[in-house]
Unconditional design. Structure first.
Length: 304
């Protein structure tokens, strides 16, 4: 059975959802505002003859025409004025909404699309600890940070489940981004093979890592600070169930996700399990809603 069939009971207009999942994903770039204004990046792309469209909900995003160079093959990309990033993957940093000068933990950061976006949102000031347990992927992150001129990033190579803050001389973060490894169902438009090898065993095993990383992030964030949890999958076992456990075990609560894209609320019941009713405040972004990939985003506030 197609694993996506599991979601027939919870996805609105399921046939439109399936049809959207089968269409190729529009290619997108984010303007790197550390190095260029939106107008300057647009002018450089136009001079190169690259056709693109602006996305109204996020002025820093352009979708590229189907024909023509890919997001990583333009001069604008080479010079770090733009970064090839799936449109929907720009949502979690926007929801985290960091301020310049803050201390931010990106728990699972490689290859660095969201970490460099955080740096841009913070005017490249403050400290962003970009952590990942995969050294090879961290090399890509370092390369991207250098190309984009993101100097506020400090890179660490730890298992986020038992992360130690001590090397940095501070005890807590103001904000944390928890963009965990997942079963990647929502990337099917970009990688049509992504569901090959899909199994419930994998969903359950990855959800164990997700739970531990999210709980560590809540513990490492100051009272009143914000944690954003995100995945690119539709599976409630990796989304609402993970956040539900953090809500039960840690001192935190859910806040509404505030973005201008259309989305469905998080589910509060799934295959006989019931979740905290506040999970309706999470966002399920489906491919048929905005012609994007799929994502899940939840925003938690730590403490009272
Ligand atoms: C969805 S990807 C992150 C994408 C990244 N946030 C970005 O925007 O470019 C998940 C990452 O989690 C990392 N990872 C998996 N298990 C981890 C763990 N226990 N601790 C830290 N990182 C982990 C993987 O190596 C992978 O790079």
């Amino acid at each position: 059975m197609d694993p996506l069939e599991r979601y027939r009971p919870i996805v609105d207009d399921f046939e439109a959802f399936l049809a959207a999942c089968r269409r190729p994903l529009p290619r997108a770039v984010r303007v790197n505002t550390i190095k260029a204004t939106v107008e300057r990046a647009a002018a450089v792309l136009e001079r190169e003859g690259v056709e693109f469209e602006r996305r109204g909900w996020n002025p820093q995003l352009f979708t590229l025409a189907e024909e023509g160079p890919g997001p990583g093959s333009t001069l604008a990309s080479f010079h770090g004025l733009t970064y090839g990033q799936e449109e929907v993957s720009t949502v979690p940093p926007l929801v985290l909404d960091p301020e310049p000068g803050e201390r931010v933990w990106d728990a699972c950061a490689a290859p660095g699309g969201k970490a460099t976006q955080l740096a841009a949102l913070m005017d490249d000031s403050g400290t962003i600890i970009a952590n990942d347990d995969n050294l090879g992927r961290l090399s890509a992150l370092r390369f991207n940070a250098e190309r984009l001129g993101a100097t506020a990033l400090a890179v660490t190579n730890q298992d986020a489940r038992n992360y130690s803050l001590n090397p940095f001389g501070f005890d807590e973060f103001d904000r944390a981004l928890v963009d965990v490894p997942c079963s990647c169902e929502g990337t099917i438009r970009k990688n049509p093979d992504t569901l090959e090898g899909w199994s419930m065993d994998h969903v359950h095993s990855v959800s164990g890592i997700q739970r531990d990383v999210l709980r560590r992030a809540v513990q490492a964030t100051r009272e009143g600070g914000t944690v954003v949890y995100s995945t690119c999958t539709f599976a409630p076992e990796e989304n609402e169930a993970v956040v539900n456990e953090a809500l039960a075990a840690e001192d935190c609560r859910l806040r509404e996700v505030d973005i201008e894209l259309e989305y469905a609320p998080g589910v509060t019941e799934w295959e006989g399990d019931e979740y905290d009713p506040s999970l309706e405040r999470a966002a399920r972004i489906y491919p048929h809603h905005n012609n994007t990939g799929g994502f899940f985003v939840a925003k938690l506030e730590v403490g009272a």
